[in-house]
Design a protein around this ligand. Structure first.
Ligand SMILES: [Zn+2]
Length: 265
């Protein structure tokens, strides 16, 4: 297992070019590298306190959540935004049709679409948002991967969904592992590495993005197409919510979609 604090983490590249910026009134860690390479693509993770709580299960009134989601959708230039009820599983739902407004399609930890204007979203606060882009078909998937989902195979399910639904070829897929708790900050009991198929005794530190990166490469994702955020939601806490860091119920929303033109909305 890749251990926390080792030099490897510093060497991880971030070809997706994650950067904090505010566009359309939405402060977010944007995947500027992807957005510049693919005009019309909007990808990123909302900035913690600056963008506010986008978690469905928070103690705030649902109307407030809905308002924030609608504002995010408007800032991104989409027709609809889809956010599943996350259960740390491996189900990846294909968004059907062309939804408008905010849609919750039920329980899942991943979404896919090939429809411009349909924004995919998952919420995170230490778990890894996994962005998948097929430049050939322009299909997209967005996954929520904590340790349970990773052990359960949500990444593998997402890659298989891209292949089956959109004819994606794995060596062409781009995969970005977004802001999440880093290996130095994430201490877990031995049941976690065991669930991931590793031997362990006692507490260990786990770099979930390194684990997901290894899995992605072993499932056919090219190293040149795989990138990892250097940001930690816990020790880089200024612009993030961290469940481990503060016990917060607040969540950031990761988003991925193609903007619609005026005529397409
Ligand atoms: Zn950290």
């Amino acid at each position: 297992m890749t251990r926390a604090g080792e030099a490897g983490a510093a060497a991880e590249r971030d070809a997706a070019g994650e950067r904090l910026r505010t566009a359309g009134g939405l402060p977010a860690h944007r995947l500027v590298g992807w957005e510049e390479a693919y005009p019309g693509l909007r990808a990123g993770v909302t900035a913690g306190a600056e963008a506010g709580d986008l978690g469905m299960a928070s103690d705030r009134p649902p109307a407030e959540w809905l308002e924030r989601m609608e504002a995010a959708l408007s800032a991104l230039g989409g027709r609809g935004i889809v956010l599943p009820r996350q259960v740390h599983g491996r189900r990846v739902v294909e968004v059907e049709g062309r939804p408008t407004g905010v849609l919750v399609p039920g329980e899942a930890d991943g979404l896919s679409t090939s429809e411009p204007g349909t924004f995919l979203a998952v919420t995170v606060a230490d778990c890894v948002p996994v962005f998948v882009l097929d430049p050939a078909s322009r299909a997209l998937a967005l996954l929520h991967a904590g340790w349970r989902g990773t052990a359960g195979g949500v990444l593998e399910a997402g890659l298989a969904a891209m292949e089956e639904r959109y004819g994606s070829r794995r060596p062409e897929l781009l995969v970005h592992l977004g802001p999440a708790i880093c290996g130095s900050c994430y201490e877990v009991g031995p049941e976690v590495p065991r669930a991931l198929g590793r031997d362990a005794n006692g507490k260990v530190r786990l770099d979930l993005r390194a684990e997901l990166g290894e899995r992605a490469e072993s499932r056919g994702i090219a190293a040149r197409n795989l990138s990892r955020s250097a940001a930690c939601t816990r020790c880089g806490a200024d612009h993030f919510f961290s469940y481990r860091g503060t016990g917060t119920a607040k969540r950031m929303a990761a988003f991925l979609g193609w903007q619609t033109g005026e005529a397409g909305v």
